[in-house]
Ligand binder design. Sequence first.
Ligand SMILES: [Zn+2]
Length: 73
Amino acid sequence: MSAEPGCPYCAQPNAPQALVCRSCSRDIAIPASLIAERDDLIRKRARAREELVNAKAELDLLRGRLRFRPRQK
Ligand SMILES: [Zn+2]
């Protein structure tokens, strides 16, 4: 548990509610809603990647079927 979150730019510790880094003067305030949105996007990205892999596998399967179509009769 750290009461002083580090600056994402220069890694210097700042007060928990600091809006601006006291070392490099950059804006370090990140709204909780933005963090939640980011987590949601990361989850969506992981799901999209999974779907892409599945779609590629399905496509390969379909291509294989077209190429090696079983003969009738
Ligand atoms: Zn900083």
